[in-house]
Design a protein around this ligand. Structure first.
Ligand code: FDA
Length: 371
């Protein structure tokens, strides 16, 4: 008789939602994480009374009422609306691309004036079948927007020239002909009051957890504790990298404490030109309208990834997709192990999507009646 129904490897949103739901269904779960805290990438570290988004800025947004109601069981959300600014060539602009941006860029005041410029630039610089990211962007928004906001930023993000990046990285570049700086189009948006840890603590209330435990350091012992495993770590690591390494893009975060109340007047400022190596500065207190005397900012530097670094963004190219397919096939043949979450599925997910996918997984399993 095993002590647990489920051993859940990874205390991120996928694992925490899974543990919560299964506990509610009378199952016994043990959640482990190799980090020294719960929450995975949504974890916030409290410093000077400010919730610091340790693994990058996290803004919750969704169109799905069911997911919004779900997270609101655990936390109250504030009315934060993401309206990032962009600094490029010494000037500040509003994002996403909208009538404010166009006014700042060209002095245009009406949608007709702005649309005329964009259409003319697309006609002048765009091509019929774009072969790389640069051609794709020029064909979608023209030269000025591309050169001011997209070129250097994308090159910093991916560490490659825009002409060497595939066109499919940018599928659409929405432009808005209204004066609306709300980055997301979703109906629901906000930051949980008290930070994301409030949600994680709510999800894991009454669930056994252990931090600082790496599944691979004690695999046999850990596997012996439970009937089934839910694995949310890297899929290639689970299979001992036997089909090769899946590649990622990494980030380096430099946190700074400043002895002033307000550093940049906004939570997110993007640095879109090439004169800065970082892509953005986050000022965490503005996510929660903080009034502290001090402030904490984070500079976000894109980095090449190696196994000593955190894996942030999967690199979606044919090499990695081929390798991933092999691991996926093996994972489907394996009984007693459920794979889920961004690292096991080798895919970028937003928070609302990862919660939805964990809930779907729980439903799938709960439908299968025991023999
Ligand atoms: P997550 O990585 O959180 O959890 C996996 C856990 O498994 C980790 O804690 C890890 O330590 C653990 N683990 C791995 N291997 C292990 C092992 N061998 N043993 C034990 N533990 C192990 N989304 C959004 O909606 N709005 C936003 O603004 C943002 N912003 C954002 C910024 C940045 C920079 C990134 C990279 C991502 C976002 N996201 C986001 C996405 C969001 O972070 C993501 O959807 C969830 O955190 C994914 O949760 P998971 O549980 O899948 O992974």
């Amino acid at each position: 008789e095993k002590r647990y129904d489920y051993l859940i490897v990874g205390a991120g949103l996928f694992g925490s939602v899974f543990a919560h739901e299964m506990t509610n269904r009378g199952k016994k779960c043990l959640v482990i994480d190799k980090r020294d805290h719960l929450g995975g990438n949504v974890y916030c570290e409290e410093k000077e009374g400010i919730n610091v988004h340790k693994y990058g800025a996290h803004i919750f947004h969704t169109n799905d009422k069911k997911i919004w109601d779900y997270v609101n069981q655990f936390a109250t959300f504030n009315n934060y609306i993401n309206s990032p600014l962009s600094l490029s060539k010494g000037k500040l602009y509003n994002l996403p691309f909208n009538m404010n941006t166009f006014y700042q860029l060209w002095g245009t005041k009406t949608p007709q004036e702005a649309k005329k410029i964009i259409d003319e630039q697309i006609a002048q610089y765009g091509v019929k079948s774009p072969q790389n990211l640069e051609e794709q962007a020029l064909s979608l928004v023209g030269k000025d927007i591309y050169e001011t906001f997209i070129k250097a930023y994308t090159e910093k993000q991916w560490g490659k020239k825009a002409t060497e990046l595939p066109a499919f990285i940018i599928k659409r570049l929405p432009v808005r002909y209204t004066y609306n700086n709300n980055y997301f189009n979703d109906i629901y948006q906000g930051i949980p009051i008290g930070g994301y840890n409030v949600i994680i603590n709510g999800l894991l209330d009454g669930v056994d957890t252990k931090t600082g435990v790496d599944f691979f350091e004690d695999r046999i012992e850990l596997e012996s504790l439970a009937d089934k495993i839910v694995y949310t770590g890297k899929i290639d690591e689970f299979f001992g990298y036997k089909h090769g390494y899946l590649e990622y893009r990494s980030l380096r975060f430099e946190h700074e404490l400043h002895d002033i109340e307000n550093y940049q007047g906004n939570a997110v400022v993007n640095y879109n030109d090439a004169s800065y190596a970082f892509t953005r500065i986050i000022e965490h207190k503005h996510f929660e309208f903080g009034k502290q005397d001090k402030t904490i900012i984070t500079k976000e530097y894109p980095e090449n990834w190696d196994r000593s670094k955190e894996a942030y963004y999967p690199i979606n190219n044919s090499r990695n997709q081929e390798i991933f397919k092999k691991y996926k096939k093996e994972s489907q043949q394996l009984e007693g192990v459920i794979f889920g979450g961004r690292l096991a599925e080798y895919r970028y997910y937003d928070m609302h999507q990862i919660i939805a996918s964990s809930l779907v997984k729980v439903e799938e399993i709960s439908k299968i009646k025991p023999q």
